[in-house]
Design a binder for this molecule. Sequence first.
Ligand SMILES: [Zn+2]
Length: 119
Amino acid sequence: MEGMQCFHCGREVFTTIHKPRGYQVDYYRLHTGHTEVDYLVNPKPDAPPLRYLRLTQPIDVLTCVDCYVRPEIRQRLEDDISGRRAILEAAARGNPSLAARGESRAGGAFLVVNDRHEG
Ligand SMILES: [Zn+2]
């Protein structure tokens, strides 16, 4: 069976252990991925297309319970969820081949942005 690793520290993580009284969680899963800008036809007549971020490559980021208690890691996870900064983009900085492909953008997938102002 293939082992799962913490995205941050690399340690092996284990599935949730169920006990007679409750359970023990070993990791948290963040469903994220690479996104790219795409366009939707605007339903309003004569309006510009709607720009949005499409999730092109879903990736699960695993965070072990040890890393989850660290404030800087919680901040990175929250930045990804809120779309401020993609967690994969932060990781790509130490990985030139990933960074050069330029696939990582803001993590807020499915955010609809109308980038032109009318009037
Ligand atoms: Zn960890």
